[in-house]
Write a protein that binds this ligand. Structure first.
Ligand SMILES: Nc1nc2c(c(=O)[nH]1)N[C@H]1C(S)=C(S)[C@@H](COP(=O)(O)O)O[C@H]1N2
Ligand SMILES: [Mo]
Length: 392
């Protein structure tokens, strides 16, 4: 291509792309962007901390201390995770709108400036890319929609570090601008006659963020659960608790009504096989505990059953060993879970036989399921067939 052709091509591309000055809204600018950025930073910070907590409950590490109570702890941390992520959607959209013209800034011709430009653009691409990825996959997950083939958990976990790292870098680079912008007042007068003021724009954005958060996660908050009009789970279900995966969905219907069903318990002193009547004949305990799903919904229930520590005591198990739970479910990632030793001795860690005073509904895990405080729903294994004290 000749030099003339190249110049001509550049000219045509340039003619089609807008310039930053083409965007006229007086509502844009650092005062808007910095304030949105502050709230967005808080939302991402809450998501990161609560997300890590949820991750380490599911993949324990000796470096991360986990709390066995209060019973509703995970309901609160995961509710916050989904609420903050949902609130971040309008915040991010308005923030992107507020800086949109800058995407059309022409790169500088001076090599040194160009390099800095490219570095800044690159870090912003990483920031926007990872933020959008986290919000889109998180939102789809809370809607129980998995339209991708990669592993959600590892991708969402890995990109969380990228997002938090690029937020930190971005804040560090922008600190002088942010300082100055926060120091300046937010105008209450419209930017154009008859238009919106900057304060009105910001207030509308806060309000949409709050409404988005409340209408998706208040299903877990007694008293205001009716506001959860955008929640995926209504909060209703047999025995007052919604169902994630039904007995039909898990392919266990025939197995759980099989008269030959036994709960096999193994430990250092051997193994026992218990019928449902054997379990019912053991001392029964009642506990009020929520099912709190990683997807953001939660519901409380009154569970009755046998304490895990009394069950493992039958086979010589103490409260110093993890206990593994296995479901009748023939396949699927959620058919097993491990209860760490710290939970095994708790009064409220149960192999539950009843919910709301009745035998467990088939969809809630009949004949029996694990239920323990302050743990993600995904670890409350249903339709148990086996309980094993994990050797040291
Ligand atoms: N065997 C088995 N147990 C399971 C699951 C499953 O798919 N299979 N789903 C888990 C998930 S993700 C949640 S949130 C809770 C939901 O319990 P519920 O359906 O009784 O409300 O069960 C957990 N126990
Ligand atoms: Mo779940």
């Amino acid at each position: 291509m000749s030099e003339r052709q190249l110049t001509g091509l550049a000219g045509r591309v340039d003619a089609r792309l807008p310039h930053p000055e083409d965007f006229r809204s007086g509502l844009r600018g650092p005062r808007t962007t910095a304030r949105l950025g502050g709230w967005l930073g808080i939302a991402f910070g809450v998501c990161f901390v609560t997300g890590l907590y949820s991750h380490y409950l599911q993949h324990p590490s000796p470096w991360v201390p986990l709390l066995t109570g209060p019973a509703r702890l995970y309901q609160v941390t995961q509710g916050l995770h989904v609420a903050a992520g949902t609130a971040a959607v309008p915040l991010l959209l308005v923030k992107l709108w507020s800086v949109f013209p800058r995407f059309f800034q022409r790169p500088s011709a001076a090599p040194r400036r160009l390099l800095l430009d490219l570095l800044e653009k690159g870090s912003i691409a990483l920031l926007v890319g990872s933020a959008v990825f986290q919000l889109v996959t998180g939102l789809a997950n809370s809607a129980q929609w998995y339209p991708w083939s990669f592993d959600f958990i590892s991708a969402h976990f890995a990109l969380a570090w990228v997002a938090v790292g690029s937020v930190a870098l971005h804040v560090a680079v922008k600190l002088p601008v942010v300082r100055e912008a926060w120091g300046a007042p937010v105008e209450t007068r419209p930017a154009a006659p008859g238009g919106l003021s900057r304060r009105a724009l910001l207030r509308t954005t806060w309000l949409s963020a709050a409404v988005a958060a409340l209408t998706t996660t208040s299903v877990g908050i007694p008293g205001v659960r009716r506001l959860a009009v955008l929640a995926v789970r209504s909060g209703d279900g047999p025995q007052g608790v919604p169902i994630n995966r039904s007995a039909i969905g898990a392919d266990v219907v025939d197995l759980l009504h099989d008269p030959a069903w036994r709960l096999t318990v193994t430990g250092p002193a051997g193994a026992v096989e218990l019928t449902l009547d054997d379990l019912r004949a053991m001392p029964q305990t009642e506990a009020v505990l929520p099912i709190a799903c990683v997807e953001g919904w939660s519901a409380g229930g009154t569970w009755g059953g046998v304490r895990v520590r009394e069950l493992v005591a039958l086979v010589g198990g103490g409260t110093d060993r993890d206990v593994a739970f296995t479901s009748l479910q023939p396949r699927g990632g959620y058919r097993t879970s491990t209860l760490p030793a710290a939970w095994v001795g708790l009064d409220d860690s149960l192999v539950a036989l009843t919910l709301a005073g009745e035998p467990l509904h088939p969809d809630h895990g009949f004949p029996c399921r694990l239920i323990a405080p302050a743990r993600p729903g995904v670890l409350q294994t249903k339709w148990l067939s086996q309980v094993d004290v994990v050797p040291a």
